[in-house]
Design a binder for this molecule. Sequence first.
Ligand code: HEM
Length: 404
Amino acid sequence: MSQPIPSLPSHVPPELAYPFPLTPRKAGLVNPFTDLIPKIHQGPAIFYGTDIFPGPGGGGWVIRRSEDLKAVYSNTTEFIKKGNGQFAAMIGESWDVIPTELDPPRHTAFRMSLNPAFTPRKMAELDGKVRDRARSLVAKFKDQGHCDFVKDYGVPFPISIFLDLIGLPQERMDQFLDWEFSLLHTNDMEARGAAVRAVKAMLLEEIEKRQKNPTDDMISNTLKLIVDGRKWTTEEVFGHCFNLFLGGLDTVTANLGLHFFHLATNPQMQRELREDPTKIDAAQEELLRAYSAVSTMRICHQEITIHGITIKPGDRVLMSTPLGSNDPEVFENPTVVDINRRPVHLTFGFGPHRCLGAALARRELEVSYREILGSLPEFRLAPGFQVPFFLSNIIHIDELQLVW
Ligand code: HEM
């Protein structure tokens, strides 16, 4: 575990440097939540994962405790987001993905402009559409007695909501599936660059249409927003729509796959929620905690010491919500899913960059629970099916064969 690594920066103690098992960018049959995360929590509070990010020199610090993660999330002086972004750079350009790639004070100004559009009340207004999308997907498989939950529901559902949000017809689904796959699921840089260009061209075309003929979708609404006393530029509106595309699809797919894996393997919990749907809220919050999937990163801007370890400018720090939301110092028996827990978790991050879409994500998940538990009888994993957990910056399940 602690063999010398030639490319290790000189300030990293070699005994704290080793491969990090949660981000190898491949699928395996080990459940990371019950088998890997508890072991990591037995180790040091901070260590250096030698292989976290793709490519040579892909090392970075891992902070496993919730309190330490919160301190880094809140510290926008020593830790910044600038430099995180690779999408504009991938095609030789320099626009920002808004708000995720910004630091204060620009970030603060854009969040203040955006926050009122993403409140729980605003997102609840979308419930009717969200329910319709859920129903029409479930209708396609509910009578066949089986489905691949990821392919038949988990992937298309958030895309259909995104299409509604930005006012595009559902017929564009296949194109979006292609783009999402090329952008986020391949390592082929040419294909990824082509997808960034294609998504950019599509979004700019739609923005131009809404500038001429405003509607009530999110593009038209963003065009009306004010930041620093002026309207957003076209490039900023595009940067925000790109952020919704990046942040709002895979995250929801991953959570749906993981939560429904849990339900499929815990029939008593399905029964409890069917008998008393008022428990769905609490169950959802606890599943969000127990299956926290998303890791992002920060870049150190000014030298800082955490638990006696020096982090230098330019060092990358993994912000692992799977670790933070399963920290045994905060949550007793974190691997146990206890719907009475009412957890305050890190699944949507913390501090100024906390997930802008959290209220929408919660609506999407809750509607999914209600529609699926209400439409299907008790479901379980297909006999002999082994669940592939894909471990990367978003832990997810690639395929989930269910039967009922
Ligand atoms: C269960 C689903 C989701 C999870 C687990 C999730 C998780 C996260 C996390 C952990 C962050 C913080 C990143 C950081 O600080 O580095 C974040 C930020 C963000 N998320 Fe989500 N997200 C989800 C769904 C969504 C949805 C549906 C949308 C869009 C409608 C969205 C849009 C965003 C945006 C725009 C940011 C950037 C916020 C900022 O930098 O100020 N997310 N999300």
